[in-house]
Design a protein around this ligand. Structure first.
Ligand code: CP
Ligand code: NVA
Length: 308
């Protein structure tokens, strides 16, 4: 295991071991026990899109691990002026010990991994957001004590979060139901890959247009914005189409009584979720956001330290 490009690339064991390490690192952090596994190492963080959680959690995470992180806005480095991924990967590999990249095309992240010689961590592309799902799984484990055999329901756009949930749930044996409007279904290749993995782990995958069907009996209910970064011009049209997919109290009540509510954030109250649900007693969104820090520290230790 050298990179984190998608969760599909990782084995079930690699995912579960990383989650176990994330739990340990969180406990150490809370107790004030130092854990400088990446002393003297530097992570480069390339961003072509906005970020609050990813940027801050990676930077703080590196600091807590004894290393340092460099914020590289893609507009300010030569990549934004057309320098090739090939040259960028080769040059940055001479300075850094790892790269986290948030960008549009999944192929750019794959190319960085192909041409560079250091670990590459996908911090979100249009296709997937693997770090987010590791933090989500850590949160489900904390609240429910298991992943396998539980049911996750995602209601909304067949986007990067939906794709990473498919990949992640298929690997860990968690049932996953995704409800999207017609025309906004998940990527066919992602679905095919996830179905193949699910066959091995016993995860049940359901893809539907019915939010009621997806949410029925769910242990965890997940929402994301309807307007992902880069889709701002589609807002007016999408809001009309997605309104029946809003997670409000009426829909949420069809999940299990003790279901938790997850959202990767940023959230838009009154659109994909109502205030009473996201700010209600079943919502765990801030624990989920915090776990970005712990889960990503585990990813960095596994990929960037010689010890792991
Ligand atoms: N969930 C998430 O990735 O948040 P940011 O866009 O703020 O990094
Ligand atoms: N689907 C959202 C996730 C943000 C963390 C986006 O891509 O903008």
């Amino acid at each position: 295991m050298k990179h984190l490009l998608t969760l599909h690339d990782w084995s079930t064991e690699e995912i579960l071991d990383t989650l176990a390490l994330a739990k340990k690192l969180k406990e150490e952090q809370k107790k004030g026990i130092p854990h400088p596994h990446l002393k003297g190492k530097t992570l480069g963080m390339i961003f072509s899109k906005s970020s609050t959680r990813t940027r801050v959690s990676f930077e703080v995470g590196m600091y807590q691990l004894g290393g340092s992180a460099l914020f590289l806005n893609s507009n300010d480095i030569q990549l934004g002026r057309g320098e090739s991924i090939y040259d960028t990967a080769n040059v940055l590999s001479r300075f850094l010990d790892g790269i986290m990249i948030r960008t549009y095309k999944q192929s750019d992240v794959e190319d960085l991994a192909k041409y560079g010689s250091i670990p590459i961590i996908n911090g979100l592309t249009d296709l997937v957001h693997p770090c987010q799902i590791l933090a989500d799984f850590q949160t489900v484990l904390e609240k429910k004590g298991a992943l396998k055999g539980l049911k996750m329901a995602f209601i909304g756009d067949g986007n990067n979060i939906a794709h990473s949930l498919l990949y992640g749930c298929a690997k860990v044996g968690m049932d996953v139901s995704i409800a999207t409007p017609k025309g906004y279904e998940c990527n066919a290749e992602v679905v095919k890959n996830a179905l193949a993995d699910a066959e091995k782990t016993g995860a049940n995958i359901v893809l539907t247009h019915s939010p009621e069907e997806a949410i029925a009996g769910a242990d965890a209910v997940y929402a994301d914005t309807w307007i992902s970064m880069g889709q701002e011009s589609e807002k007016e049209e999408k809001v009309k189409i997605f309104m029946p997919y809003q997670i409000n109290q009426e829909l949420f009540s069809k999940a299990k009584k003790d279901a938790i509510f997850l959202h990767c954030l940023p959230a838009y109250r009154g659109y994909e979720v109502t205030e009473d649900v996201i700010d209600g007693p079943n919502s765990v969104i801030f624990d989920e956001a915090e776990n970005r820090l712990h889960a990503q520290k585990a990813v960095m230790v596994r990929l960037m330290s010689q010890e792991a």
